[in-house]
Ligand binder design. Structure first.
Ligand code: S3P
Length: 170
């Protein structure tokens, strides 16, 4: 894999899970923008939001995108739900949108084994109504920056990763 694959999509759609399964099956390295920011800031995303505010976190995302553009190739990169807004997303690799309805995502998070922690670590999902309006606000924008769209609904994880590999010619 020469070019990076950039996985974007709404919180809880399954970017991390998909990335880990893809990395294992195709023997590639996978990094996650939230993990990169947490290690650089030495703070959980939730704490960055609480202590420094959302604008600071968005700047961390832009700095991460700049670093990826300069330094990273041949890597699978899963991104936080708001990362699609960085101004150089088109220069980072093939942008793959993992797509699903809000209801599907909400159900996935609610019924997960570790549902409590999945919801707790996502400050923007603490209020369902607000999360839904954020989803509506972003729906079109995600499609605009995506090179490839892969639906998550009614599919096994293995089917999702095969579809990504095929469409990205891995
Ligand atoms: C955010 C999504 C989160 C994380 C932060 C903000 C967003 O990542 O980056 O809480 O703006 O949608 P996940 O998509 O991995 O939950």
């Amino acid at each position: 894999m020469k070019k990076n694959i950039i996985l974007i999509g709404f919180m809880g759609v399954g970017k991390g899970t998909t990335a880990r399964a893809f990395a294992k099956k195709y023997g590639v390295y996978n990094i996650d923008t939230d993990d990169l920011i947490e290690s650089k800031e030495n703070k959980l995303v939730k704490k960055i939001f609480e202590k420094k505010g959302e604008a600071y976190f968005r700047q961390c995302e832009q700095d991460t995108a700049d670093w990826i553009e300069k330094c990273v190739t041949g890597t699978l990169i899963s991104c936080g739900g708001g990362f699609y807004k960085v101004d150089n997303i088109d220069k980072l690799g093939t942008v793959v949108l993992l797509d699903a309805s809000f209801e599907w995502i909400h159900n996935r998070l609610k019924t997960a084994k570790n549902a409590k922690s999945k919801l707790a670590k996502r400050p923007l999902f603490s209020d369902e109504k607000k999360a839904k309006s954020l989803y509506k606000e972003r729906e079109k924008a995600y499609r605009k920056v995506a090179d490839i769209i892969v639906s998550m609904e009614n599919k096994k994880l293995d089917e999702v990763i095969s579809e990504i590999a095929k469409k990205c010619k891995v």
